[in-house]
Design a protein around this ligand. Sequence first.
Ligand code: AMP
Length: 251
Amino acid sequence: MRLILLGPPGAGKGTQAQRLTGKHGIVQLSTGDMLRAAVAAGTPVGLKAKSVMERGELVPDDVVVAIIAERIGQPDAKRGFILDGFPRTVPQAQALDRLLAERGLTLDAVIELKVDEGILLRRIEKRVADMTARGEKIRSDDNPDVLKGRLEAYRAQTAPLVGYYAGKGMLKSVDGMASIDDVTAAVSRHLSGPARASKPKSSGRKRRAAGSIKSGARKDGARPKRRAAPKRKSRTTRRKNRPSRRLTRAR
Ligand code: AMP
C-alpha cells in the first residue's frame, strides 16, 4: 500500500501515519524527520536545510525529491509506504509521479486531514506548553511564530495539491479535528473502500449461478443445488424438448 497524508503542520499526519504503519506493515517516510536527522548529523543536506527549516520555509524541491527517490528504493519500503510531509509542492508531486512511474508503482490514496487553522495554532501552543512542562526538547520550528509561517507556506504551496490529487480522482478527505481514534477510523474506511466496492461483483456472479439465493449458496452448497436443479429441468423440458419435437416432426 502506498499513501500520501496531506494536511497542514500539526494536523496529526505523523500520529495517523504511525498507526497505519503498524496496521499495514508499511513504513512511514517523513521528509521532516529525515531533514531533522540530516541537520542533527550535520550532513551537506542538513547544512542546507537548517536555516530554511528554522524560518518555517520549504526546503528546495530538488533536495527533498532526491531524499525521497533514494528512500523509496530501500528494501523496507518495498511493501509500501506512507508519505508524511511529502509532496509539499506541485513540482514535488509531479516528481513523485515520475519516480513511481519509473518503478512501475502507483499510489493507493491521498488522504487529506482537513483542519481549522485557529484551533491548530492553539493545539501547537498546548503541545509546546505540555512538552515544556515535562522538560522535553521542543522542535525549533514548533513555536507559534514559526508555525504561522509554516501555515502560510502550506496555504500557498501545499494546499494546491488538494486540487492536484482531486483532479486525478485520488483524494479522500477526513475531518482532522475529530478525535485521534475517529480520524483513524475514517482513514481506515477510506482505505477499505475499494475492497468493499469489489465485493458486489463476486456476489453478482454467484447470484447468477444460484438463482435468488445469495449468501446461502456459499455457506450451504446442498440447498442451492436442490433448488436450482428442478428449475433447469422444467426450463429445458418446456423450452427445448417440446418445440424441438414439433419442429422435427414438421420437417
Ligand atoms: P514537518 O516535520 O513535515 O512539519 O517538516 C518540518 C520542516 O521540514 C518544514 O517546515 C520544511 O522546512 C521542511 N520540509 C519537510 N518536508 C518538506 C518538503 N516535502 N518540502 C520542503 N520542505 C520540507
